[in-house]
Design a protein around this ligand. Structure first.
Ligand SMILES: NC(=O)c1ccc[n+]([C@@H]2O[C@H](COP(=O)([O-])OP(=O)(O)OC[C@H]3O[C@@H](n4cnc5c(N)ncnc54)[C@H](OP(=O)(O)O)[C@@H]3O)[C@@H](O)[C@H]2O)c1
Length: 262
């Protein structure tokens, strides 16, 4: 039976770079996102360049019924998924009370609920198959609370802790679980979150998605538990542990407020 890596949010940014890095290593792929045209052309390009099979499924992960449809199709199909990359995600910035609730709800649906549901459904399928691997995409944001992006930071703390817990639970079922915690990465994420990060552009703090994907795939092959690409990002993740919690809250609030243009 053919084996595939399923990547959510593969139509742009980190997901696209991970898809390319995995295709380069000869992996057959199933790409999931909302933008049909982007998925279609990426699938076509990766197949041509790397000679691997690349399928795609259009699915809004913020819509539980669409996710049910996708899971049903995967369950009925012949294809075995032995690597799940839960990468799709979105951010919001600004005062929580002034945000559109629909967008905040969507953030929770995609960043938390869809990710957990995919781990549950495909984790069970992998356990029946005798094993597999899961990579969940959190963020260095997951290591501390982040005012002015409170929902986003909290969602990534969930992904980080959930993944670490699952890693221990699923070991005995032959499933390896890793969590990726990128720092600032050059993608469309900030535009979507309505953040102005122009002052970070060109700075060494901002990593390219291709470099990130390369480091991630190498770490994944070594079955690293928490993947934090680059020493600058490792420092970002470690620093909240070295300072008192009140100071961390205040510093992160000031930084996020500035990037949210407040
Ligand atoms: N960029 C950073 O600095 C950074 C740092 C740390 C962590 N991250 C995390 O990295 C992940 C990827 O983000 P990115 O930076 O690559 O941003 P991006 O370029 O905006 O990519 C986001 C991806 O998620 C997909 N997506 C969003 N909402 C979706 C939905 N409702 N249903 C299905 N797919 C959806 C998008 O596809 P469609 O629009 O086609 O649906 C897109 O492929 C996210 O989880 C993000 O939180 C990013």
């Amino acid at each position: 039976m053919p084996r595939y890596a399923l990547i959510t949010g593969a139509s742009s940014g980190i997901g696209l770079a991970l898809a390319e890095a995995l295709a380069r290593r000869g992996r057959s792929l199933i790409l999931v996102a909302r933008q049909r045209d982007a998925l279609e052309s990426i699938a076509c390009e990766l197949t041509q360049r790397f000679g691997v099979e690349v399928l795609f499924r259009v699915c809004d992960l913020g819509e539980p019924l669409q996710l049910s449809g996708l899971l049903h199709e995967l369950e009925q199909g012949e294809r075995q998924i032995d690597l799940l990359v839960n990468n799709a995600g979105l951010g919001t910035s600004g005062p929580f009370l002034e945000q559109d609730w629909g967008r905040e709800r969507q953030l929770i649906e995609v960043n938390i609920l869809a990710l957990s549901r995919l781990c549950h459904a495909l984790g069970n399928a992998m356990a029946l198959q005798g094993g597999g691997q899961i990579l969940n995409v959190a963020s260095v944001a997951g290591f501390q609370p982040g005012a002015w992006m409170s929902n986003y930071y909290a969602s990534k703390a969930y992904v980080l802790h959930f993944s670490e817990g699952l890693r221990e639970e699923l070991k005995s079922r032959g499933i390896k679980v890793s969590v990726l915690c990128p720092g600032p990465t050059r993608t469309a994420f900030f535009r979507g979150a309505q953040m102005d990060v122009s002052r970070l552009e060109g700075s060494k703090l901002m990593m390219g998605a291709e470099e990130l994907a390369l480091l991630t795939v190498k770490a994944l092959e070594k079955n690293r538990a928490i993947i934090i690409p680059g020493w600058r990002n490792r420092l970002l993740a470690l620093s909240p542990r070295l300072a008192p919690r009140w100071l961390v809250r205040k510093l992160v609030a000031a930084i996020n407020k500035a990037f949210a243009g407040r």
